[in-house]
Design a protein around this ligand. Sequence first.
Ligand SMILES: [Zn+2]
Ligand SMILES: [Zn+2]
Length: 119
Amino acid sequence: MHGRGGEHGESFRCVGCRLDVSVTAPGTAHRNHCPQCLASLHLDARIPGDRASRCRGRMTAIGLAVRPDGEWLVIHRCLSCEGVSANRIAGDDNPLPLIRLATRPLADPGVPVRALLAL
Ligand SMILES: [Zn+2]
Ligand SMILES: [Zn+2]
């Protein structure tokens, strides 16, 4: 994995709750969602952190998934283009919205979670 060089001090304003979020976080190389409300922006195209998407729509967390290696992922869906992505949770994500997601079945059974987990 790549280090954190050059990313220091970078932050973004959460589209959901307006929190100023630092992109560096424990447990993830590149945080892209808000630790408070889990909202995100559609910036990445294929690989988390690639910032290759032109969409920039608001992404909302719709579910949680656990990879075979035990890693937890938040499933985000873009409200603009319906794109779905899976992102590692960060060490300081607020556990409350995570638990709410974990105890709720995926709202849309058509979400290709299996395909995402194969990444
Ligand atoms: Zn937020
Ligand atoms: Zn989008």
